[in-house]
Design a protein around this ligand. Structure first.
Ligand SMILES: Nc1ncnc2c1ncn2[C@@H]1O[C@H](COP(=O)(O)OP(=O)(O)O)[C@@H](O)[C@H]1O
Ligand SMILES: [Mg+2]
Length: 335
């Protein structure tokens, strides 16, 4: 994998659209027969005219609610789906039309589509992939060693996928898709369904690949924390349209500014009023502090609480993606 040397555009997307044709089949045999002669379709606009460009070495997170069009976009970028309309160029290829050459140059991780054989030890699947991608022995060994360390896979390399936890499986999938040292990597919801520790390990790995090895990363998630910890740039999609494209700090400053801090104090500990903060009392010494990030700094509030009171436990609740999307619409959008 090359060190980041230049910042040329490696992905160019213009007015990208995908309309799914859904076969509206009638019920039972009559419906089936009718459909054979006169199929009827409804259409679903999944991606509705998206534009963006991506530079070599970028780490970009696509975020959006369920059904927003993230997976469809990523599938078009990977060449799995053909666009209905628009222009799409990646690494100088037309991903769908030049799929064979293109796929050799990228890495792709899709939750539903595994690169690993269900019944074979992980390490055997890796060796098969080495042959498929014709990875030179030295590079294969170096990558395998590095990924095994970074993703902490040593203990389960000899086990088949069917015996792995979801987190272990996802780590193995990610390693599998990177063995051939692609410079551009796509991941669709790499942290979905994982516990906090597994999520964190994957985020750290992705950050390392991007920052240290210069791999261009594009991934989808509906977890704002994934984006914050891994990406510099974030693209928000809603109903097939791009509604934000910019920095992660930008979005947090302008939209979704409501913050909540949940703190647990010793029982019966009174807390003084704090300007711009709504404090509400919960059970067992728990209090909630609600405020706008523009008025109150989370760090300063936490400091103040620790200085004045005995705090037993603290949780910071960041805005969910749905709240941020709502915030964007309420303020008329940013584009
Ligand atoms: N193969 C398909 N056929 C028909 N509709 C689809 C298909 N795949 C996705 N859709 C629809 O397209 C929209 C976008 O889906 P998707 O790209 O999977 O969203 P996301 O990944 O953001 O959850 C949704 O309304 C979904 O139901
Ligand atoms: Mg999806």
């Amino acid at each position: 994998m090359n060190k980041r040397t230049d910042d040329d555009l490696i992905i160019k997307v213009e007015n990208l659209k995908k309309v799914y044709k859904i076969n509206k089949r009638g019920k039972g045999l009559p419906g089936h027969l009718a459909n054979l002669f006169k199929p009827s379709f409804t259409k679903k606009k999944a991606v509705d005219g998206i534009d963006f460009q991506i530079r070599r070495g970028d780490a970009v997170g696509f975020i959006g609610a369920n059904g927003a069009g993230k997976s469809t976009t990523i599938k078009m970028l990977c060449g799995i789906l053909s666009p209905t309309e628009g222009r799409l160029e990646a690494l100088g290829f037309n991903p769908h039309k030049q799929r064979k050459q293109y796929v050799a140059a990228i890495g792709a991780v899709f939750g539903q589509k595994s690169q690993l054989a269900w019944d074979l030890p992980i390490i055997d699947s890796f060796e098969l992939l080495q042959k498929v991608y014709r990875i030179p022995q030295k590079r294969y060994e170096e990558n395998l060693k590095q990924f095994t360390d970074l993703l902490d896979m040593e203990s389960f390399l000899e086990q088949p996928v069917r015996q792995l936890s979801l987190g272990q499986k996802m780590r193995a999938e990610i390693a599998a898709s990177l063995l051939h040292s692609p410079e551009l990597v796509f991941l669709d919801e790499p942290t979905i369904g994982l516990d906090v520790v597994a999520k964190e390990r994957i985020r750290e790995f992705l950050r390392y690949m991007n920052r240290e090895l210069g791999v261009t990363l594009i991934f989808t998630t509906h977890d704002m924390q994934d984006i914050e910890k891994t990406c510099d740039r974030l693209i928000i999609i809603d109903e097939g349209k791009k509604i934000y494209d910019g920095t992660v700090t930008g979005i947090k400053e302008h939209f979704g500014s409501e913050r909540k801090l949940i703190a647990q104090f010793d029982e019966e500990c009174p807390v003084d009023e704090i300007e711009h903060v709504t404090i509400s009392e919960k059970k067992n010494g728990v209090k909630e502090f609600l405020f706008e990030s523009g008025h109150v700094s989370m760090t300063e509030l936490i400091q103040e609480l620790f200085e004045k009171y005995k705090v037993n436990d603290l949780t910071v609740r960041e805005p969910e993606i749905e709240e941020i999307v709502r915030g964007i619409y309420e303020k008329g959008g940013v584009l």
